[in-house]
Design a protein around this ligand. Sequence first.
Ligand SMILES: C[S@@+](CC[C@H](N)C(=O)[O-])C[C@H]1O[C@@H](n2cnc3c(N)ncnc32)[C@H](O)[C@@H]1O
Length: 241
Amino acid sequence: MRKYEAISWGDIAVNEKISERGFQTKAPEPWSIDYFEDKFAKSDPWKYFTSTYERTKYQRQLDVIKDRNPNPQRILEIGSAEGAMTLLLADQFPEANITAIEISSNALGRARNNLLRFADRIELINADIAEYEPRIEDSCYDICIWSESIYYLGARLPLTATYDLLGSVMDKLKDRGLLVMANTLGLPEGIPEHVLTKRPIIDCYYFLLSSLASPISKSDYSEEKLGRMYEYQIWAFEPKL
Ligand SMILES: C[S@@+](CC[C@H](N)C(=O)[O-])C[C@H]1O[C@@H](n2cnc3c(N)ncnc32)[C@H](O)[C@@H]1O
């Protein structure tokens, strides 16, 4: 079994110290609820509320949504963590009702507090999207935002199930709806997600989606977070007509 350093890309500075002391642990596998409950044992592990890198990435996704639909009425967010993006969605789309699905109860508990002022427009659901998906209504969302989490599902599920899940999520959209995804590519070795974010694997999700939906845009970014450069892409797809 491969060994991983106890390091995350939200915690570079702290964990480099840990790695200097030679502390190593296995990444919990598969990438199931335990990994995320551990991760969210402490607040905002990926610095979603404070990192300029993350805020910029969110704003870029919001701009993609606004270009398509400045006033969405229903938004589905998959992997909403502690609600950093959910908060921006609620703030920037004042008429939107948002359904946010998150596997970690630790994260969702904090999201509940973070999103109190929009509680009347946000439904928070503590569930694994792979299990919960059949309970989500088809053809009723203007926007689905599913960022930085497909690669966890892709590592857990057989490829056939990942493909089916991508198709089922596209089915949640209205005819002129939009799926927006941000996905990191090629995280450095030493970060557990390194194995999930290799470029050919991320390319594979793009390829699968392209057979299920029509690509609208794909943009590449390379930006600094905590003293390292990271690459990510933002994709937008619409249902095939
Ligand atoms: C790397 S974080 C990304 C958070 C947020 N989407 C963003 O882009 O900032 C991945 C999130 O997806 C959640 N997640 C992972 N697998 C999931 C699943 N099967 N169902 C629901 N949420 C999941 C994790 O708990 C975590 O909050």
